[in-house]
Ligand binder design. Structure first.
Ligand SMILES: [Zn+2]
Length: 445
């Protein structure tokens, strides 16, 4: 049993009835403290008078390896399909050392922006990178970040009418065998789980129907979640129409994917008729506001999805389309793009924060995360308002979103501090950046 900690009298907190803070014990929030009150639990105080306390932010879509190809000249100013075609040959040169550097950079960037749980969608497996998930698990454990890593896959290459080249795809048997291996080796169950694994064929245009179906069956058998990209672009609609004679959602349903294990990245091009089918199935959506704008893919109808009963979370998406992994900035981007779409009455800063916390918790299937309440896991992001950008603020929580907070002062995951004074203890960022930049140069050269 660890000593209880009282996050005492915060400047502001995103929770009801917690003006006096909260108490953390054994990785869990055990008590909220009302205004002017003291905790019932015997707890050591942490003075939070300068901190705005949020539930830890949850990132529901990313491709860590893409931090190695940010702002790549060959991929600039292209839409999704030509953008991917420009990048696949570069990604085909990915090595275990480069992936380790990329994963560490992405995780560090996320953590410093207030992230406590992240997913990653790793689907590129050139020869020599068969242990991609193993590398990611090791990095997450080193840094103390909670993760839902997905065993991604591609098996439909150019030769068979798909988009990626042969050098980055694997065959179905190899993919399914490794999926089973990484789930049995790494997937933890229960509310305190720090490492979980989901299965994630990449997209309709890079995976065969047979693999889509087999992956859904395997996920049901193993009791894990399922993820893929869907309804991202009009090109994808046209591809599905041509190859499968239907729209992407019809195809997904035909593959056995309309169920509550599933969360989908993007979810832009759904019709009004399709949204209730998502809701009925219990499918949730990862909204990737920056990526959608950079690639001009379109805009996710977040409020329409939510009104239909579909949970929506936030994802930074791969760093080659965003090109950053800052989750707090992604909250602001989602707020801006959805505010512009729906107007002031429908979208507030609190909605954007809700998407990145409770909405994202639904995407990753972890109702014990994403909220500051007794009984939830102690995942917290604490921001200070001592930067120039906040000077003159009124509402401290609104200031985080509206003034553009980008760096947390402290982050806690399962009761342990993972960020202190704006830094990750034990991580030499300069050395990491040198290692990462030289890996990127080798890949791009
Ligand atoms: Zn993506």
């Amino acid at each position: 049993m660890s000593e209880a900690l009282w996050i005492k009298d915060p400047l502001a907190i995103l929770a009801d009835g917690a003006e006096g803070g909260l108490v953390v014990k054994d990785g869990q929030i055990v008590e909220l403290v009302g205004k002017g009150e003291k905790p019932k639990t015997d707890a050591k105080p942490f003075e939070a008078g300068e901190h705005v306390v949020l539930p830890g932010l949850i990132n529901t879509h990313h491709h860590f390896y893409q931090t190695l190809t940010r702002a790549l000249p060959a991929a600039l100013d292209r839409e999704l399909f030509p953008w991917l075609k420009a990048l696949y040959p570069v990604w085909a040169k990915l090595t275990p050392e480069a992936l380790d550097a990329a994963v560490t950079v992405a995780m560090a960037e996320l953590m410093l922006s207030g992230c406590t749980t992240t997913t990653d969608h790793h689907y590129v497996y050139p020869k020599g990178l068969e242990d991609g998930v193993d590398i990611e698990v090791a990095a997450a454990k080193r840094l103390g970040l909670r993760v839902l890593l997905t065993r991604g896959s591609m098996n439909l290459s150019e030769r068979d009418g798909g988009l990626p080249p042969d050098s980055v795809v694997q065959d179905e048997d190899t993919i399914l065998a490794d999926s089973e291996r990484v789930v049995s080796r790494f997937h933890e169950r229960g509310e305190a789980a720090m490492v979980q694994v989901a299965l994630a064929p990449c997209s309709p245009f890079s995976v065969t129907t047979s693999l889509m179906r087999a992956t859904a069956d395997l996920a049901a058998k193993l009791g894990v979640r399922l993820h893929t990209h869907l309804a991202e672009t009009q090109d994808e609609n046209a591809f599905c129409q041509e190859l499968y004679g239907c729209r992407p959602l019809d195809y997904l349903e035909d593959c056995g994917w309309l169920n509550d294990r599933v969360w989908l990245a993007h979810g832009i091009h759904f019709s009004a008729e399709e949204m209730p089918r998502l809701a009925k199935g219990g499918v949730s959506i990862s909204h990737c506001a920056c990526s959608n704008q950079v690639l001009a893919s379109g805009g996710c109808p977040v409020c329409d999805l939510e009104a239909t009963g579909v949970a929506v979370g936030i994802g930074v998406d791969g760093s080659a389309s965003n090109d950053g992994s800052n989750l707090m900035q992604e909250v602001r981007a989602a707020f801006l793009v959805q505010r512009a779409r729906y107007g002031v009455a429908k979208v507030s800063h609190k909605d954007a924060l809700r998407w990145a916390t409770r909405g994202s918790a639904a995407c990753v299937g972890r109702p014990e995360l994403g909220e500051i309440a007794a009984g939830k896991r102690a995942d917290l992001a604490l921001f200070k308002l001592d930067e120039l950008r906040f000077s003159g603020h009124g509402d401290p929580i609104a200031a985080l979103v509206l003034c553009g907070a980008h760096r947390a002062d402290r982050v806690m995951v399962d009761g342990r501090w993972t960020v202190e004074d704006g830094a990750i203890p034990g991580l030499d960022l300069d050395a990491l950046m040198r290692r990462h930049q030289s890996a990127a140069r080798r890949l791009q050269g």
